[in-house]
Design a protein around this ligand. Structure first.
Ligand code: KG4
Ligand code: ZN
Length: 360
């Protein structure tokens, strides 16, 4: 098997059309290019991702993304040794567009093709950015997802716990909406929280009494809504100070829940792996500096990839494809997209997580 490979990665499982070229040689990879065409503007007026619009936009932009990624990397298809594509989970129209594009390129050039689980892409990113050794614990925390995974190999993941309802990013976005702050809510709430008093309002920290790594965030936004309404009733409106204090109190509750449950997830992982595994975090919410510093207190060697590799991108898909290839996996030319594809099919499915869609 060839160890040095130039891999073309393709990602289209939600609302980002992405392509990347990665030059891989053990133990790492060099990102030659990483192109991401976001679709935010197309979906903005609908308040969420519209699958039909997403699928059409992917179909229109995939060729361009691939062409641009190859151009920026200074190479052509003849330099590519492997094509890796997200083949699930996600919005099926988008996943199909990506898989069809990859299948066409692989067939046309006689290249090996590998289907990558989108969540594996996120979960394996610290191997690319931090040379993380197996095993490690990954907290995947975004607008549509929140789960702890013990990552033991490119094809071996154990889910240690996760949200049973909303993802934290979704809660940040809703709180911003409740307070009249801009979207996406995460950065706006973080900014307002910086000047706020986290002790003025005490918001709930659900499931902390349970001895497992499951979490719940949906009650938090209701508590924020009630507090806002109470202030409006009492004083006729909200002062900037009120918004800052609510944001600080809300963010403190999220930090407490994530820290506490991360400790439990690390304990569970130690029981499985037999040693103390290090901690990694990925997903849009990992951009929050209060959350990062709370997690650093839980595990000093926290691995947090740079923001552009925490959010959806194709470099992570190229890397995960390379790792699978090195582990001996290969897919047929008629690779089939999978709308649902749990990383750990031994664990019970998460109850209501990812309400915004399949994006992670
Ligand atoms: O991973 P991502 O780009 O896409 C999804 O999977 O949704 O994450 C986007 C989410 C949004 O909900 C956004 O509000 C949140 O990440 N986010 C943040 C911050 N930056 C982005 N949440 C908290 N603090 C931030 N600084
Ligand atoms: Zn994702």
């Amino acid at each position: 098997m060839t160890h040095n490979l130039t891999v073309l990665g393709i990602e289209s499982s939600c609302d980002d059309t992405a392509a990347a070229v990665l030059r891989c040689s053990p133990p790492g990879g060099e990102i030659m290019s990483s192109v991401v065409f976001g679709q935010g503007a197309l979906h903005a007026e609908f308040g969420g991702v519209v699958p039909e619009i997403a699928a059409r936009a992917h179909a229109e932009k995939l060729d361009l993304a691939v062409e641009q990624a190859l151009g920026e990397a200074g190479c052509g298809l003849s330099d590519i040794g492997l094509i890796a594509v997200t083949s699930g989970p996600g919005l099926i129209g988008g996943v199909m567009s990506g898989v069809m594009c990859a299948r066409g390129l692989a067939a046309g050039r006689g290249l090996p093709l590998i289907g990558v689980n989108h969540l594996a892409g996120h979960a394996l990113t610290p191997r690319l950015t931090d040379n993380a050794a197996y095993p490690y614990v990954m907290l995947l925390v975004s607008g549509g997802h929140c789960q702890f995974l013990l990552v033991q190999a490119a094809d071996r993941f154990t889910r240690l716990g996760g949200t049973i309802d909303d993802a934290p990013g979704e809660a940040f976005d809703k709180v911003a909406r409740i307070l009249g702050l801009e979207q996406p809510g995460g950065p706006a709430v973080e900014k307002a929280a910086r000047d706020g008093d986290p002790h003025r309002f005490r918001f709930p920290r659900p499931l902390l009494d349970r001895d497992n790594a499951d979490m719940s965030f949906s009650g938090l936004k209701t508590a924020v809504l009630r507090q806002r309404d109470q202030l409006i009733t009492d004083q006729g409106g909200l002062y900037p100070r009120d918004r800052q204090d609510i944001c600080a109190g809300f963010q403190a509750a999220i930090c407490d829940v994530l820290s506490h449950k991360t400790r439990l997830a690390l304990d569970i992982a130690t029981g499985i792996a037999g040693a103390n595994p290090p901690l990694a975090v990925a997903g849009g919410v990992a951009a929050n500096s209060a959350i990062r510093s709370a997690l650093t207190k839980v595990s000093t060697g926290l691995m947090a990839p740079p923001q552009r590799l925490c959010t959806d991108n194709a470099a992570m898909i190229a890397w995960a494809g390379y790792e699978k290839h090195m582990a001996g996996h290969a897919d047929p030319g008629d690779l089939v997209p999978r709308p649902r594809w749990p990383l750990d099919d031994q664990s019970a499915p998460l109850l209501g997580s990812g309400k915004k869609g399949a994006k992670a």
